[in-house]
Design a protein around this ligand. Structure first.
Ligand code: X2X
Length: 339
């Protein structure tokens, strides 16, 4: 007696083994109708990469192989500003730039990075899942970049240094500090008396190792996954900027998708973004102890002297003018009065 179910299984297995394995994707006997390239700047150990891979797998499965997203981590496709140019031109289809970096193209995107604006995550997500987020996404759409609704978390940025701990604003005097390619970060650290230099993330480790700069600033999960504790001695919890990543897609690539696939892609990416936020919250419960065990010396700080220095220097007034009253009012709805 022929066992038809066994034959059916054999047929499926034969078909599956013919398809190339793409990054853990389920195998499909047909090539994808839509094949997208997604580049980012983080190591594969960061929750952003892990959740993005999960979303890509889910999209492949739910679209029955019609949509594949190939992920290129760790600046494999170039520095942050290069990838920003590529996602604009269509050279790549997806990129997760920090708001700081995408602001080199759409200045208002840096609004969430105004120094010491947010005291905690309640304020952050109120703003980014609310009016501020919608305002920034609308500005990105104007330059033909489709930003998915849920922002991914980078975190509250802290200051590491090999020179000494930062306790108050005067400790920034003359500090050679690396910041991303971000006009707001340069202006803020200059206003606090430091000597900031913009460098791509892929250059940070070496620039600290070779003393091109003495300090850098990033959320603790980044300091851990990028092993910056190997080239820094002090970590001061300055919480000076909350930073997040926008998952952006080239407008034409997004528009090519039919509505049913748009839905599958958007749901998977937004769900992954929310899970990634939870990952960072969990990561933050253990990372400080881990970094201490790796030799980093921690100190806490109060925002008061930093805010006072920024206010005296006119930093808030200046950036309120640059962002405009509408965006600034949306920010202050979540952060409280700043300027
Ligand atoms: O470059 C950085 O410091 C990083 C990784 O935080 C950003 O993407 C802005």
């Amino acid at each position: 007696m022929i066992d038809h179910s066994k034959r059916a299984t054999l047929r499926t297995l034969a078909a599956a083994s013919a398809a190339p394995l793409i990054a853990g994707f389920p195998r499909f006997a047909h090539a994808a109708d839509f094949s997208f390239k997604y580049g980012h700047n983080l190591p594969v150990t960061h929750p952003l990469h892990i959740r993005a891979q999960e979303a890509a797998d889910r999209i492949a499965k739910e679209s029955n192989g019609r949509v594949e997203i190939k992920i290129f981590p760790n600046n494999q496709l170039g520095g942050d500003t290069d990838m920003l140019a590529q996602v604009r031109s269509g050279g790549i289809d997806l990129f997760t730039p920090s708001a700081l970096v995408v602001a080199t193209l759409v200045p208002v995107a840096a609004i969430n990075a105004v120094g010491f604006a947010f005291a905690d995550y309640n304020q952050v997500w109120k703003a980014m899942d609310g009016g501020v987020g919608a305002h920034v996404r609308a500005a990105l759409a104007k330059v033909r970049l489709h930003a998915f609704e849920k922002m991914w978390d980078n975190g509250f940025r802290q200051t590491t240094s090999s020179r000494g701990p930062i306790n108050t604003a005067k400790d920034f005097d003359g500090l050679k500090i690396r910041v991303p390619v971000s006009p707001l970060s340069i202006a803020m650290f200059k206003a606090m008396g430091a000597a900031p230099t913009s460098l791509q993330f892929s250059e940070v480790y070496t620039s600290l190792q070779t003393k091109v700069v003495d300090a850098q600033e990033n959320p603790l999960p980044i300091i851990q996954v990028a092993k910056l504790y190997e080239v820094q001695k002090y970590c001061s919890l300055t919480n000076h900027i909350w930073d997040g990543f926008w998952m952006i897609m080239n407008g034409a690539s997004w528009e090519r998708l039919p509505d049913d696939l748009k839905k599958i892609v958007a749901n998977a990416i937004n769900d992954a973004g929310v899970k990634q936020r939870e990952d960072i919250a969990k990561f933050n419960q253990t990372v400080e102890a881990d970094l201490k065990s790796k030799g980093l010396q921690f100190n806490t700080t109060s925002p008061d002297s930093f805010r006072a220095k920024l206010r005296e220097s006119g930093f808030y007034e200046d950036w309120k003018k640059r962002f405009g009253n509408e965006a600034w009012a949306l920010l202050e709805q979540a952060s409280g009065k700043l300027a």
